[in-house]
Write a protein that binds this ligand. Structure first.
Ligand code: FAD
Length: 435
């Protein structure tokens, strides 16, 4: 029987939040042998957003170890050696299949048993698959999803072998937009398909989206809106050849990439931890309903103090900050101290082609567009504000400088009152930079 291992702290999951939690544990003086990270992946924690932004750009590929945590926040890169030197045990290629929170025990797929005193659940999200909905042919070869390094390796290989081939991207969210840009840069002919009237509908307004759709069209990307992939045809090797659309049309395809969202991985904790809004419910210190069990990153549904609401956030900035908050809270509690509650300002970003946008705050209420959002502009710079109950609650900016991005972040946090939408539309970015 495999030997049982015991640690003071165990992080289950080895992604972004696990990496930043390890960094914070080290800062807080964790002792060698006290902390273990158990991850299904074969590599130490890395900055997951790099997969769609750099790793699959074949001509200018970002490679590991360059985007190990904490490269994304300008910190020291945590190579395997970093963990070794700190006495933090990295248990890779190991999937936890059972968690008994009452007995403080985890069991891996190979039957290895891990005991802990404090557990951090950092299992992130898994992609939603078209086969989950029984879409015919969705299991064909060369239909890809992107969540982990291994997925990116398969995709990169297919892009290399199908150069100048036809790619169909299913989904118009940030994954769809970033991957379409990467496919185009890798010389494939790209068509995007999504059911909504415009891309990124959960964040973008029609005005914001019209810029990106125009820009993508100018780059030669074909966009098919208002319909969904309802099936796939294959050749005798089981490889995808065609995407069938619900409206009756078909699209030839050598490669299909699906980016239709994710769902938090919480099955290990079902029936043991209180849930809310699809995640593990926590307080402002990421403590769950079970003593000594914390949840961080994508899986946590936490009190968003700024909006007085429980929310779950699937973004890297929150993965980093929630990890730091949880570890600080754990260490403070051990010393009989307390720390302030988590007070998070939502922050999302994306980069594709030469474009780069940032968003801070809440995209609720009315919105106004400002600036130059002509997709043909040599240097487009535009943005949007969201106004609720007379206050500016959210801000989006494409093409901003670091100072300008800081200004919209400050604005979204301060939520200044505004006389009228006209004022905002006229003042544009200067409304934020003067705050
Ligand atoms: P993850 O980083 O997903 O880590 C979870 C880890 O847990 C994985 O290693 C997984 O293998 C492991 N795991 C799961 N179950 C088990 C188990 N049972 N046993 C052992 N290990 C397990 N966010 C942004 O804000 N901006 C972006 O531009 C952006 N780009 C992205 C691009 C891509 C391609 C993807 C996939 C995500 C992107 N995100 C982006 C989202 C961001 O990466 C996530 O919100 C963040 O990684 C969440 O961190 P996490 O630690 O909760 O989960």
């Amino acid at each position: 029987m495999a030997e049982e291992k015991s640690f003071k702290y165990v992080i289950v999951g080895g992604g972004v939040s696990a990496g930043y939690a390890a960094r914070e544990f080290f800062k807080q003086g964790v002792k060698p042998g006290e902390l273990a990270i158990i991850s299904r992946e074969q590599v130490p924690p890395y900055e997951r957003p790099a997969l769609s932004k750099g790793y699959i750009h074949l001509d200018n590929k970002a490679t590991l170890p360059n985007f190990y945590v904490a490269a994304g926040s300008g910190g020291e890169r945590q190579f395997p050696q970093w963990y070794k030197e700190k006495g933090i045990e990295l248990i890779l290629g190991t999937e936890i299949v059972k968690a008994d929170l009452a007995a403080k025990t985890l069991v891996s797929g190979t039957g290895q048993v891990f005991k802990y005193q404090t557990l951090l659940a950092a299992t992130g999200s898994s992609v939603i698959r078209l086969s989950d909905f029984g879409v015919p042919g969705a299991d064909a070869k060369n239909i890809f999803y992107l969540r982990e390094l291994e997925d990116a390796d398969y995709l990169a290989y297919a892009m290399e072998t199908k150069e100048k081939g036809k790619a169909v991207v299913v989904g118009g969210g940030y994954i769809g937009l970033e991957l379409s840009a990467a496919l185009k840069a890798n010389n494939l002919e790209v068509t995007m398909v999504y059911p909504e009237p415009w891309c990124m509908p959960r964040l973008f307004t029609a005005g914001i989206a019209s810029f990106y759709e125009g820009y993508y069209a100018n780059k030669g990307i074909n966009i098919v809106k208002g319909t969904v992939a309802s099936g796939f045809s294959t050749n005798s090797n089981g490889e995808v050849t065609e995407v069938k659309l619900k409206d009756g049309r078909t699209l030839e395809a050598d490669i299909v990439i699906v980016g239709v969202g994710g769902r938090p991985i919480i099955s290990l904790f079902k029936g043991q931890v209180e849930e809310e809004k699809g995640g593990l419910k926590t307080d402002g210190f990421f403590k769950t309903s079970v003593p000594d069990v914390y949840a961080i990153g994508d899986v946590a549904t936490f009190p968003m103090k700024l909006y007085n609401e429980m929310r779950r956030v699937e973004h890297v900035d929150h993965a980093r900050k929630s990890a730091e908050q949880a570890v600080k809270a754990i260490k403070a509690a051990e010393e009989g101290n307390s720390i302030p509650e988590y007070d998070y300002l939502p922050y999302f970003y994306s980069r594709a082609f030469d474009l780069s946008w940032q968003f801070y705050g809440d995209n609720v209420g009315e919105s106004v567009l400002f600036g130059d959002n002509d997709p043909k502009s040599p240097k487009p710079k535009f943005g949007s504000y969201w106004i609720k109950e007379g206050k500016v609650v959210g801000a989006f900016l494409e093409g901003g400088t670091p100072d300008e991005n800081n200004a919209i972040a400050k604005l979204a946090r301060a939520q200044p009152s505004v006389e009228s939408l006209e004022v905002l539309s006229k003042e544009g970015l200067s409304f934020a930079t003067k705050i």
